[in-house]
Every structure is written in C-alpha cells, then in structure tokens.
Design a protein around this ligand. Structure first.
Ligand code: GLN
Ligand code: ZN
Length: 764
C-alpha cells in the first residue's frame, strides 16, 4: 500500500507566490528573485510531504500561473501573436497569461476559463489546423531533477495528452482538436524519455475527462494514445488520475487502459468503488481518492477505512494506493495558521483540515489500514472519531427551527401571487417608469478611501459612528449624483460591502470565516471562501438600514441589493453532511426574509444577484436538470414572498444562456440584467429565440475595462437589442457592478448611457 498526493497548493503558506509575481510584474523585483521564491515554495512543499511520510510526492505541480499554460509552453503550442516577444521564457509565459502592452506592442492575453466545476481558472490552449508541437520548455524535467537534488524521488505530474487537447480551443475551422494527438505524442515521448534518463519511476497523467461525457472518438483516442505511450516505455510506471466525478459509462475504458494504476474520486462518486472492483483487471493498481481535496472538512477515518479495507480485500494491499480525491490545489494551505479564536472558534476548527492536515490524514489512514496500527495511530483514530461525533450532534450546527421551516416549505412558497403579465401591469402603475429605463447593477466605485475606512474600522482606528457617517456621506453623494444625471432606478452603491458573498455570510448564522484560508482562483488571484458549517438563518435584517437610508434621500426608486442563494452557496465551502440543495434552501429562506423586510421598509424594487447559477451546473449533462430544478426553486423561494407590485430583479454575468434559457425563464424574475456588451448583444439571441416574456437589461458597456464607451456605441447596441426584443421589455444598464472602476470613467460612461437611452426612447 502506498500513499500519494496528486498535487499541492503552490501559492505558499502566506501567499508568497502572489506577492512575488505581482512585484515582478510591477518591475519592482528581478527575475532571479521571483525564481528563488518559486524554488523555496517547491522545496517547502516537498519537505512537508516527505516529513509527513508520503510515499509518492508530486513534482511539476508547481506553477507560476497555471498548470495548463505550463503544458502549452512545454509542448510549444505558442500562438503566433507572441512570436515577436524577444524575452526570456517566463516573460513569454506571463505575456500569454496576461497580455503584453509594451514598447508599442499590444498583444491580447490567451482566454481563461473555469477548470471543470471548480473556482480555479486555466488558460485555454489555442490550436490551429496542423498545429505544430515541439519540446519548448524543460520545466517538467527540470523540476524532477530539482526534487532529486532535494532528496525527493518525485512522481512528475503531467497533464494527460487527451485532457490537454480537450481543454483547448480550435482557432480555425476544418479540423478536430483530437486529430492533433499524433502530432503531440512525439513531444510527450521526448519528455518521458528525459524523465526516464533522469531516473523517474512513476509518472502521473491527469485525465479528468475520463470522468466526463465522452464521445466514441475521444474514447478511441484514449485507447490509442495510452497503448502507444506504454508500449514505448515499458520501464516507466504510469498512473492515470480521474476526479470531480465518477467513471460511470467510461468505466471499462478507464480500467482497460494499459497503465499501471488508476485513481478514482471516492468523495464525489463513492458509489463507483463496487463497480470498479468488480471489473478491474488483475494487474491494475487502484488509487483511492478518499480525502476530500476540494473542501475543508476533516476526514472521517472510519468511513474511509470501509473503502480502503474493501479494496484491500479485493485486490491485496500491494494493489491499493491512498490519496486525496484530487489535487490539493483547491484546499487552503494550513489550518495551523488559524490562530485567532475570535475569527475561527476552536469548536469549528476541530472539524477542519486544510492541505497540510490532509497530507497527514493520508499517512494516518495508511497506518490504520495496516495489520497492526501502533498505539499512537489508534489514539488518532479515537480523536478523529470524537471530532466527527462532536460535529454530528453540535448545537452550533443544528437548529431545529431551521430544519422545520425547510421541511414545511412548499411549491406555493416558490410562487409569486400572480403570473408575470398581471404583475407587469401592477408594477407599471406603481412604479411609473419610462420606456428604456436606466439603472446600474449595484456597486459604485470602491475607492481607496472607502477601502481604507473599512480597514481602519476593522482595526479599531475608526469608531462605528465615524465609519457609519463616512459611508452615509458617500451613499448620499452617489444618490444625488445619479438623480442629477437622470438615472431612473437608483442604487445605494454598496460601499458598506467588502464582497458580495462575505458581506452576507458575516451576518447569517451558520457561516464561519478564516484568516488565511486562501485558494488560488487564477494567476496571482486568490479567494477566501466563507465556510458554511451549520443550519443557515438570518438573525436580523442585513441590508434594510442602507436601502432605507438611501431611499429616504430621494423621490426616485432605490433598488435593494442582495446576493442570491445559489451564488452564496457556490462561492463558499459547503457542508458535506447534507445535500447542497438543502443548504441552498436554508439560504433561500434567509434571503426571503430579507426581501420581505425590504418590502416592508418601502423598497419597491429588489435585485437578487445570481451570477453563479450557470457555473454550478454538474459536469455530466444527465445531472443538469436535477441541479437546475433545486437551484431555480431556491431563487424563487427567495423572491416570492412579496406583493405583485414589488419588482424583483436578478443579475447574471459571464454566462451563456442557450442551453438553460427555459430554466432562466423559470426563475420568473420581473427583470433580468445580463452581461452582453462584449458579445455585441449576441447573448440576447437565446432570449429572443425563446420569446422570453419578462423584462431584460442587456449590458450596454463593458465594466471590466477603463475605456469610456460613446453614446453612439451604446445606441447601436440598444438598436441591436431592440431588433430582437420588444422595446417595452428592455432596460438600459452596464454589464455588471462598478466597484472596480474609477469615478471619472464611471461618470462619463453613465452620462453617455442615459443619453443613449433617451435617444432610443425618443424614437417612440
Ligand atoms: N451587485 C453586485 C455589484 O454590483 C453584482 C456583482 C456581480 O454580479 N458579480 O457589484
Ligand atoms: Zn455581474
């Protein structure tokens, strides 16, 4: 029995990599200094795993930006537009990741997208027809040698050839990226030869696509690629890893690849173990992913041991590996760094394990599964059992009122009083909005001052009163200004919020926070997701104070601003002791309370943001409808407690709607605002084709760029929108919130936006 890790977080225990990269990009440090930081992090990670007693320690799991981009550089799939950047390898690499604007050159970055259903983003490979590949970067071999010099006989982690191709994008017509496999194979061979020459024994190929829907052609490419690789390297041992879902219909494909070991995710798909054990060929080693690599909960040893013992009984211990479910890239670094008991209470902390702790769990599980675990190990099992028991019965977690309320929630709670066509008329009479009404998505610039007030308030340098006063002034300025330039539906500006999920999590029961629980999102960007540990409810109103204050300053409507239940769920670490759908329903009821209280306080337009609905889609199509059913229901529960006259908005960014448009319609928001400008209104077609009945605000300008759009540009976009959606359904707004913008850009852009709306409306 051996233990191994699929990959370790590389941001460093205190986000050293983030800081080092950003300093280097800003020209404040040298390349040499940056390379040193990388080296130190790698060495620390290796030592940590070695000291914990892991048998197979990964190399090449480190990355300065992204492991997919690393592979692109390794195999020399460098898009032609970067050819003139005559600099070192790392600068070329960063240019591909971030674009290059220097010395008169302006080269766009490569596209970035989500890594399966995680919040990690990878850089999408770009392929041409007859894409040439050649060995370009020696990172994989170099890091193996570096590990050897540090006394570690590492297992290089390489993005599997088929997965690498499937992650990429065809940049011209007339070919299928999978046809590139034969071009690419010789480069993989070259890398493997070098690794073999340097003494490598085990090679890990990550092939998460084996756990996704595959067509016949992809299956055949899998077979052919792995037959060729293993034939050429009879002396190397290969482990193919799958994660994030079960093998399902790809079971026999995966178990018959001629490799030495197969890794399966038993956290996401525990039910697959029996099927795998029933069909696994006699020579294959099975790696059991029993420790959750994507969540923060302590492993339940007794539960994992059931799987491990079952596998040992079927295969013998020599054919069993123990591992986390996936790379620990998605876990925060080290729970030991959470020292402030006021932020994370000891009771909650005892239920948690971050990456470093998960490494120890793997080693302990191996000892526990051996014939005669020593006294110490048995002690650890007893402690583990105690912590798991504590969590099951903790009064911190379980709130009978919340459970009862969820149990009695019915269909009718997810239903507005009247259908949209009736509501629309009521709302028209109540709100008296013009044609092409203008609004914004919620946040206004979070200036340096606003952020410094919050920091000072948190440190205690500003009193609650002073802080409140400053925020009120900022809100008042913003309300007055919107009124002045003629926006129809105003917002208060969200100055009191740090983040659209954290702000609510901090006020809801059942949420905890960490000081240092950072996880890489993309490049140097990290997120610190809240942790939902218990039954969620809302002890008291969360936003009424600010909305009511803002509304008191103006005769115009001020829109209340909330984050929706699916987005709060999606951007948090969630409970593993109940289905996501149950947690989501609890959050939905809490948001519903807030919506109802806003209405009572005189707020007649309320927006419930749901930018994360689409990203929550399961990886397998067969599971989409089930997810969409509870996700849409959760939104409806949050939105349906109000009178017909109260107008509910929702907002979504970076989404495509084609394949989920009927579910979006099912949400039955009176108004939906979407990000649209970069697609030149193309995203609206899904709504037009569907004859979407409710109102829509397609974003008329991109808020991700400091560029100020002209009135004419926005008029043109509105005309495009109007060509496919009836005018009486259209709203005018930016793509998303304005918190990352500066005031001068924002002022110019919104003044032009109001003028554009007036011009289009005048034609009626
Ligand atoms: N109301 C939020 C804001 O304006 C919405 C942010 C988002 O959609 N990501 O910032
Ligand atoms: Zn948005």
């Amino acid at each position: 029995m051996q233990t191994h890790i699929l990959g370790y977080p590389r941001i460093g225990s205190n986000r050293e990599l983030k800081k080092a990269c950003e300093q280097y990009w800003a020209g404040k440090t040298s390349l040499q200094e940056l390379l040193e930081v990388g080296k130190t992090i790698r060495k620390q990670n290796w030592k940590l795993q070695q000291e914990a007693g892991i048998d197979l320690i990964p190399s090449n799991d480190f990355s300065f930006y992204d492991q997919v981009l690393d592979m692109t550089l390794s195999v020399g799939a460098i898009p032609a537009r970067y050819q003139d950047i005559a600099s070192n390898e790392l600068d070329l690499y960063f240019a591909m990741a971030r674009g290059h604007q220097k010395e008169g050159l302006d080269i766009t970055a490569m596209e970035m997208t989500k890594w399966f259903d995680t919040n990690y983003h990878y850089i999408v490979p770009e392929f041409q027809k007859d894409q040439p590949f050649k060995l370009f970067s020696n990172k994989i071999v170099n890091e193996f040698i570096e590990a050897k010099e540090a006394g570690i006989h590492a297992k290089p982690v390489i993005l599997g050839l088929v997965t690498y191709l499937l992650l990429g994008k065809e940049k011209e017509e007339g070919f299928d990226k999978l046809d590139l496999a034969q071009n690419l194979l010789p480069v993989y061979t070259e890398i493997l030869k070098e690794l073999e020459n340097n003494g490598a024994e085990w090679i890990q190929f990550d092939e998460p696509f084996l756990a996704l829907d595959l067509d016949q052609k992809a299956k055949e490419v899998y077979q052919s690629v792995y037959a060729q690789i293993t034939q050429q390297f009879p002396n190397l041992k290969f482990i193919v890893t799958t994660y994030f879902d079960g093998l399902k219909d790809n079971l026999s494909l995966a178990t018959t690849l001629p490799v030495d070991a197969l890794h399966i995710d038993l956290v996401r798909a525990p039910e697959q173990l029996d099927a795998v054990l029933a069909t696994i060929p006699e020579t294959l080693i099975l790696s059991l992913g029993v420790v959750d690599g994507r969540n923060i909960w302590k492993n339940d040893f007794n539960h994992s041991l059931i799987f491990i013992k079952k596998a040992i009984a079927a295969l013998g211990s020599e054919r069993v590996f123990i591992a986390p479910s996936c790379s620990l890239l998605h876990s925060p670094f080290d729970l030991d760094l959470e020292k402030n008991e006021k932020i994370l209470s000891p009771e909650i902390k005892q239920w948690l394990a971050f990456a470093k702790q998960k490494v120890s769990e793997i080693v302990t599980l191996k000892k526990l599964a051996s014939e005669n675990p020593d006294y110490n190990t048995l002690q650890q099992l007893a402690e583990n059992k105690q912590a798991i028991e504590n969590r099951k019965v903790s009064t911190l977690i379980h709130n009978q009122d919340v459970k009862n309320r969820v149990a009695v929630t019915t269909e009718s709670d997810a239903q507005r009083n009247s259908p949209f066509n009736v509501r629309k008329e009521t709302q028209q009479n109540a709100l008296e909005l013009p044609l092409f009404p203008t609004t914004t998505i919620g946040s206004f610039p979070q200036t340096k001052e606003v952020r410094s007030w919050r920091a000072q308030f948190k440190k205690g340098d500003l009193s609650a009163q002073e802080y409140d006063h400053l925020l009120k002034e900022e809100t008042q300025r913003t309300i007055n200004w919107q009124e002045e330039i003629g926006i129809d539906v105003l917002v208060h500006g969200e100055f009191e919020r740090n983040d659209m999920v954290e702000y609510f999590g901090e006020q809801l029961a059942g949420f905890a926070f960490t000081q240092n629980g950072w996880v890489q999102s993309y490049g140097s960007r990290c997120v610190k997701p809240p942790l939902i540990y218990g039954d969620v409810h809302r002890p008291q109103p969360m936003t009424v104070y600010w909305s009511q204050y803002a509304q008191s300053l103006t005769q115009k409507w001020v829109k209340g601003m909330l984050t929706g239940p699916v987005t709060i769920l999606q951007w948090s670490f969630v409970r593993d002791d109940q289905p996501r759908s149950t947690t989501c329903k609890q959050i939905a009821l809490a948001i519903r309370d807030e919506v109802n209280d806003l209405e009572k306080a005189g707020i007649r337009i309320i927006q419930i943001d749901e930018p994360a609905i689409r990203e929550g889609l399961p990886l397998r199509k067969a599971e989409w409808q089930n997810y969409l059913q509870w996700a849409v229901e959760a939104f409806r529960i949050s939105a349906s407690g109000v009178e017909d006259a109260t107008q509910i908005h929702t907002h979504m960014c970076y989404s495509e709607f084609n394949d989920i448009i009927h579910n979006i319609a099912d949400m039955d928001a009176d108004v939906i605002t979407i990000e649209c400008s970069r697609s030149q209104m193309e995203l609206l077609n899904a709504f037009a084709d569907f004859k979407y009945p409710n109102e829509i605000g397609p974003g008329v300008y991109d808020i991700h760029s400091p560029r100020v759009p002209s009135k004419e540009e926005m008029v043109a976009l509105l005309k495009k929108a109007q060509a496919v959606i009836p005018a009486e359904q259209l709203w005018v707004n930016p793509d998303c919130g304005l918190k990352t913008r500066h005031w001068d850009e924002t002022e110019k852009a919104l003044i032009a936006m109001v003028a554009a709306s007036k011009e289009v409306a005048a034609a009626y």
